[in-house]
Design a protein around this ligand. Structure first.
Ligand SMILES: Cc1ncc(CO)c(N)n1
Length: 219
């Protein structure tokens, strides 16, 4: 019997492959990705990561397992510190000011992705919400591992790739995979199916996050 996370990964495979092959990712590696698009990505991702952290705390409140609660509360303070630090540095280097952030309109896909995660928690369950969070860790960790062998000639893009290949990020990813497997074990069949759907939908929004930045999506 395969684990629930193996089933999730299997069902989301075409979406993951499309992410790996997306021009945003390809051009990140060649260095051809226009900085305006990376800048756009960072501003939208700031909104995403803020809500992602908030979600960790809200999910933790609804769960009872002490080890799971502890991991999620740590995530609520802003993912792993290396990602947070790198982002602060990027914002400084690209002169993205608080005023610019304030003026940034949240784009449709970023809004939809975040809304989906809240929906999984408040209309679904904390288990489904954990499943919805998992592609965020796992897809980026897979990308980090894949892209690191080539790296990028652009320093900023190289640093971005390195963040997701770090031992800390890999450890957080593995913990999150173990948490979802644990939560899946005592879920009934309908709940299991709903967890898988939540994961696949997040994988869809991950793919479209690249597309959103690549085309500078607007309402
Ligand atoms: C949209 C998105 N997914 C995953 C990550 C990884 O933390 C991120 N920064 N942004």
């Amino acid at each position: 019997m395969s684990t629930i996370t193996q089933q999730m990964r299997h069902q989301a495979e075409p979406l993951w492959q499309a992410s790996f092959n997306h021009p945003f990712i390809k051009e990140l590696v060649t260095g051809k990705l226009p900085m305006t698009e990376f800048r756009y990505y960072l501003k939208q991702d700031r909104f995403y990561l803020q809500n992602f952290a908030t979600l960790h705390g809200k999910i933790a409140e609804q769960l009872t397992d002490p080890a799971i609660k502890q991991f999620l509360y740590a995530g609520a303070t802003g993912l792993d510190d290396s990602e947070k630090e790198v982002r602060i540095e990027f914002f400084q280097q690209l002169a993205i000011t608080p005023a610019e952030i304030k003026q940034t309109q949240i784009a449709p896909n970023a809004y939809n992705y975040v809304s989906h995660m809240y929906h999984e928690l408040y209309v679904g369950s904390p288990r489904r919400a954990c499943a919805a969070l998992l592609p965020c860790y796992w897809l980026y960790n897979d990308l980090g591992k894949q892209l690191i062998s080539n790296g990028s000639p652009v320093k900023l893009y190289q640093e971005f790739i390195e963040t997701y290949n770090s031992p800390e990020f890999t450890e957080a990813t593995n913990t999150m995979i173990a948490i979802v497997d644990q939560l899946g074990k005592d879920a009934d069949p309908d709940e299991k199916a709903a967890m898988i759907t939540a994961f696949v939908r997040s994988s869809y929004f991950e793919l479209h996050f690249w597309e959103m930045a690549y085309e500078e999506q607007k309402w």
